[in-house]
Write a protein that binds this ligand. Structure first.
Ligand code: TNX
Length: 445
């Protein structure tokens, strides 16, 4: 056992170094780190700043949960005992994502920053923002100002909605980048577009703008794929968002279109893919896009449990988000008040206890990683958001990071239970799933 600097002013220190860790040369070396807790020194070695950051998050999890309170809560620094350790660590998957639907219910910049902070603790490295849907358009587009002036003012249930100015979006991108999280913007198209269609009559095939929509039905809206102005619109939107997004990706949605023929749909996806590539981004789409001819750089996000495995297997690259495993908007159990249940009940064990490489039914070498979406039809506040996210996001994070060889529900459930005091200290409104033995706040000092 060693002590940290506070307890042993005679010499313990923390050294952060950017140099090759033990995992150098492996595919995951970019995010790898070594953490050594010795008698007089704590060292974190990594090849990149991201690796150092992940080493710090691990060290943070080893500190007593009280460290999560502002230091001002304590009259004087408290000693902390840490176990001696040499940890050689690197992620299993390069893509460890969370998705937040800010369209059905709007979440403010401050709320999204809080979400980012909580995700960073568990080494999540992508935050996919679902920025437009039938119920609201949430990102300022200077060439099409009505999108936010009109389309940004509604949300599920009739609330006032909201949107991010370009400056606010850039601030979010920078805040996430400081925590090694890449923002992945999504503008869903051609379906899920009522907010856009209600802002500009010309985007509609019949030239008439529909009313704003505040219900939770899906599949009724679509951009007019036969009109040229539609592609001018998409080009402007992708250009402005791409210019504010240093990350390599643009998510073009593509899900649940019920008003187009399969051929119209595929031609649309291929045309959008060209637009996205022309603005220097790799296109991501929900798994329906697998029916189109895709570029090698495009990424298919698997979500429908019954999606065609043959089409998925033929896709260039995959992110796995099977709804019956990782949808954070599904109810946990029969008692859950919030959430939907079309993909079944999604317990913590359901989220954790599968092997993406083997159980997805798709070739492992195409899998970039996994992502947990939080759709917000029933999720209206940050408290709701935290309740549906925690503890399941920790299961997703462990599945995305830890080697398959260490996977095991019983040991994971114990590690998970030990997070409770830290979440309490952080003020997280987590669901105390009854199957987990949650440590009490007094146990972890
Ligand atoms: C399906 S997942 C949708 C969303 C809904 C979600 C609710 C996906 C690509 N489409 O529009 O919000 O189910 O669980």
């Amino acid at each position: 056992m060693v002590t940290t600097a506070d307890a042993a002013p005679q010499g313990s220190r923390i050294v952060l170094g950017v140099k090759a860790p033990s995992s150098a040369g492996t595919a995951a070396a970019d995010e790898a780190y070594d953490l050594t807790i010795g008698e007089t020194e704590i060292r974190i070695d990594a090849a990149s700043a991201a690796g150092v950051f992940y080493g710090v998050q691990t060290l943070r999890q080893l500190l007593p949960y009280g460290a999560e309170y502002e230091a001002a809560n304590f009259a004087k620094p408290r000693p902390a005992l840490l176990p001696g350790a040499h940890i050689v660590d690197r992620p299993r998957y390069a893509w460890r994502g969370a998705m937040l639907d800010v369209a059905r219910h709007f979440f403010s910049v401050e709320e999204v920053k809080r979400y980012i902070d909580l995700l960073a603790l568990y080494k999540i490295n992508r935050l996919h923002l679902h920025l437009a849907d039938d119920q609201g358009w949430r990102i300022e587009i200077k060439a099409w100002p009505e999108l936010t002036a009109r389309g940004g003012q509604s949300e599920v249930g009739g609330g006032t909605g909201g949107y991010y100015t370009q400056q606010q979006y850039a601030d979010l991108v920078a805040y996430a980048a400081d925590r090694f999280i890449t923002i992945v913007p999504e503008i869903d198209m051609p379906g899920h577009t009522n907010a856009g269609l209600s802002s500009y009559a010309e985007l509609n095939c019949n030239g008439r703008a529909p009313e704003p929509y505040t219900g939770i039905e899906v599949g009724f809206s679509a951009l007019c794929v036969e009109k040229d102005v539609t592609y001018k619109f998409i080009d402007d939107v992708v250009r402005e968002i791409a210019a504010m997004t240093p990350g390599a990706y643009f998510h073009a949605g593509g899900d649940e279109v019920k008003t187009l023929t399969p051929d119209q749909y595929a031609r649309f996806v291929e045309r959008v893919q060209t637009i996205v590539a022309s603005h220097g981004k790799q296109m991501i789409g929900w798994d329906e896009i697998a029916s189109a001819t895709l570029l090698p750089t495009s990424i298919v996000q698997h979500w429908r449990p019954d999606a065609s495995r043959a089409q998925l297997a033929a896709s260039p690259r995959l992110i796995l988000s099977p709804a019956n495993r990782v949808y954070l908007d599904m109810k946990y159990d029969e008692e859950t008040v919030l959430g939907l249940r079309w993909a079944g009940l999604v317990s913590v064990q359901k989220t954790y206890d599968w092997d993406p490489d083997r159980d997805g039914g798709v070739p492992a070498d195409k899998i970039l990683g996994i992502e947990a979406p939080l759709w917000s039809e029933t999720v209206a506040t940050i408290h709701d958001l935290e309740f549906m996210t925690f503890p399941r996001i920790a299961a997703l994070a462990d599945l995305g990071w830890a080697p398959a060889s260490t996977h095991g529900w019983t040991a994971f459930a114990a590690r998970l239970g030990a997070q409770a005091p830290r979440w309490t200290a952080l003020g997280v409104n987590f669901y105390r799933a009854p199957e987990i033995q949650w440590k009490s706040v007094d146990a972890g000092r």
